[in-house]
Write a protein of this length. Structure first.
Ligand code: HEM
Length: 221
């Protein structure tokens, strides 16, 4: 136990925690997106699927607590890592050199992370809790009509699409970093790693964006 805590204190330990919790998050968004695509099949299919997910409270809460734990650990480790690298800040000349190597996606992790956290809170209030203050259409258990009536409002659909674009930056850099943490970092494989990161990101993000777009376009009613 103490060995695990000692390892966590190192920058590598925190990166491993970020990699594992990030992978849990990626698995969730992928499965969640595939489930949500049933909106294209029809009302009954999506509502039945949602009912099935809630049919066993121990499984539902087990998954929810795992997810909450993963998000909390991911955020805490990222704050601590940022704090550590700030403490070990290099001299200005070296900083300039480092900056040139960073991509837009890696640089944007500082704002896509907090934006996605805000998105998750809004999303839960919108579709899971049905918070009245948001003044959005919500009927407990009527998942299909909640999704369709929510995305018919273009500011809501636009906000989701914007957040999915932020998710694309976060996922792309996150998957890339995961391989670096695992030690898979060789010029021969870097092109392949970028392709895997781009494919994983595209599947999740295009799948998610297709839902508000199809509703706004009147394809799903
Ligand atoms: C356009 C894309 C998305 C749509 C249409 C969508 C739709 C929904 C709906 C309808 C629910 C409520 C399900 C129910 O009550 O049975 C839900 C729950 C949830 N969504 Fe999404 N979602 C999207 C994207 C995302 C993303 C990107 C994330 C994470 C970053 C996310 C995280 C969650 C979480 C954590 C829950 C709560 C699950 C639970 O009840 O424990 N969703 N989503």
């Amino acid at each position: 136990m103490f060995q695990v805590l000692d390892f966590y204190k190192t920058a590598n330990g925190k990166k491993v925690v970020m990699a594992i919790t990030g992978l849990i998050g990626f698995g969730f968004v992928l499965i969640h997106m595939l489930g949500n695509l049933q909106v294209f099949v029809g009302q009954e299919k999506l509502d039945d699927y949602a009912k099935l997910l809630k049919s066993s409270m121990p499984i539902l809460w087990g998954a929810r607590l795992t997810l909450i734990g993963a998000v909390v650990l991911h955020v805490v480790a990222s704050w601590q890592l940022a704090g550590q690298s700030e403490d070990a800040r290099p001299v200005p000349y070296q900083k300039k050199l480092q900056k040139r190597k960073s991509t837009f996606a890696s640089h944007s992790m500082r704002w896509t992370g907090p934006l996605l956290l805000m998105f998750i809170i809004y999303h839960l209030l919108h579709f899971t809790i049905g918070w009245k203050t948001l003044n959005l259409p919500f009927i407990e258990g009527a998942v299909y009509s909640n999704v369709v009536n929510g995305f018919k409002l273009w500011p809501v659909a636009a906000f989701y699409i914007l957040c999915m674009l932020a998710l694309s930056q976060h996922l792309y850099h996150g998957i890339w970093s995961l391989f670096q943490t695992l030690g898979v970092n060789h010029p021969r494989y870097n092109g392949l790693i970028r392709a895997v990161a781009a494919l994983g990101t595209a599947v999740v993000v295009i799948g998610n964006i297709s839902i508000p777009v199809a509703i706004l376009a009147g394809y799903i009613k």
